[in-house]
Design a protein around this ligand. Structure first.
Ligand SMILES: Cc1cc2nc3c(=O)[nH]c(=O)nc-3n(C[C@H](O)[C@H](O)[C@H](O)COP(=O)(O)OP(=O)(O)OC[C@H]3O[C@@H](n4cnc5c(N)ncnc54)[C@H](O)[C@@H]3O)c2cc1C
Length: 378
């Protein structure tokens, strides 16, 4: 019997988790290590903050998924890899041996610019934290007209700002919403997407500060390069993500951003029994955007390749899509559709996004999630 450890239950491990019986049929034991019993789908995270979705609609009960398929679930976190010994060191101090390991531990928002108290500071990831943020916003609206500040001019910052407006309006309250966009709003997207996003937020009186970079957050204010301070009651960091540091900390070969360096088979360039997918990897010879689109397409190769590494079968290459579709949820019943240079905004873009996202959820929500709106973290 061989041991497969799935480290992290992110978007790229869902096919493996939904097909656990195949590993069992071939005589292998599977262990899932995850700090949380739920995995939240990031594509619907901003919509959950805005109140479009209930928690039960946007998350997978990965503990039930694992245990239902006969795997062992360990509520823990991988903090170190001893690749020579084929052992993972967990946050609890436990050591976990593997024959084959696959990592889908995702990315995090660095918070080094935050000094002092972290009260009322929320990062866009982990997505579950947006439920706590929603509660905090509701409370502030009850007490007055809060200043809500979003830091980050990428798609996540745009979606957060639009959906905060929606949340405030749905609660019948008022707020000053400011988006501090760094170099600019959607700087790496076509001009048309930028202009549509700017006008959508401005129509709703969201203040957008372009060419403004936050250098430090502390004492209820974001401090920017020119010395100005932007006071906040609640602040959101959507200022970019980095792969989990576990690989760099473990001395494994990593890409420029610290992601586990893998070949086309999503296999570590140094350890053939080690695989990875999603935001935590760097694909050798290519720069991949940190988008869920890639993580979702890595599901099948990770499933096939871990099976092959455990025994029989042939490995499958991961070929990233050169052109892929993104739709931004603006929180007002419209979306911005972007596929390379093809850009448009409208209700239909939102309907399409909602349909695509719900279809994805249905495929892996096979553990009764939609009837379960309990705590954010199980
Ligand atoms: C608001 C927002 C909206 C987005 N919208 C889109 C979109 O519409 N389309 C798109 O393509 N992309 C979108 N993205 C990007 C997308 O979120 C990421 O690319 C995607 O989350 C990557 O998936 P992942 O599974 O690699 O990581 P994650 O979603 O971060 O999942 C990682 C999992 O690993 C677990 N974990 C973390 N550390 C450890 C550890 N040390 N040990 C064990 N387990 C661990 C976590 O609990 C989590 O369950 C969006 C991002 C944000 C923030």
């Amino acid at each position: 019997m061989k041991h497969l450890v799935l480290a992290g239950a992110g978007h790229a491990h869902l096919t493996a988790l939904a097909n656990l019986e195949e590993y069992r049929r071939q005589g292998h034991r599977v262990i899932l290590v995850s700090p949380d019993a739920y995995h939240y789908y990031s594509g619907m995270g901003a919509g959950m903050l805005g109140g479009i979705y209930r928690p039960g609609e946007v998350r997978f009960h990965v503990r039930k998924l694992a245990e239902g398929g006969g795997a062992t679930f360990l509520k823990d976190r991988v903090v170190r890899v001893s690749a020579g010994e084929k052992v993972l060191i967990l946050e609890s101090g436990a050591r976990l041996a593997y024959d084959v390991v696959s990592f889908n531990v995702g990315s995090y928002v660095p918070t080094d610019i935050v000094g002092g108290s972290r009260e009322n500071v929320f990062t866009v990831k982990p997505i579950a934290g947006l439920l706590l943020a929603q509660k905090a916003v509701r409370e502030k609206i009850r007490d007055g007209v809060p200043k809500l500040v979003v830091v980050g001019g990428g798609p996540a910052g745009l979606e957060l700002a639009g959906n905060l407006f929606r949340l405030v309006s749905e609660c019948g309250g008022q707020a000053h919403i400011t988006l501090v966009a760094g170099t600019g709003l959607l700087p790496s997207f076509p001009d048309k997407a930028r202009l549509l996003a700017l006008s959508s937020l401005r129509r709703r009186h969201v203040e957008i500060l372009e060419h403004t970079t936050v250098t430090h957050i502390g004492n209820g204010a974001a401090h920017v390069e020119n010395g100005d301070r932007i006071a906040y009651d609640i602040i959101f960091l959507a200022s970019g993500v980095k792969p989990d540091p576990v690989f760099r900390d473990s001395g494994l070969p990593v890409g420029p951003d610290g992601g586990l360096l893998v070949n086309d088979y999503l296999q570590s360039v140094a350890f053939p029994e080690m695989f990875g997918g999603g935001d935590c990897i760097s694909l050798q010879g290519q720069v991949l955007d940190h988008v869920g689109v890639h993580a979702v397409r890595q599901n099948r190769p990770l499933y096939r390749n871990t099976l092959a590494a455990l025994g029989d079968g042939t490995m499958e290459r991961f070929v990233p899509q050169k052109k892929y579709l993104l739709i931004f949820n603006l929180g007002d019943g419209t979306g911005i559709f972007v596929r390379k240079t093809w850009v448009w905004q409208g209700k239909f873009a939102w309907v399409l996004k909602d349909w695509i996202d719900r279809r994805f959820m249905r495929k892996f929500q096979i553990s009764g999630e939609r009837d379960d709106d309990g705590a954010a973290i199980d």
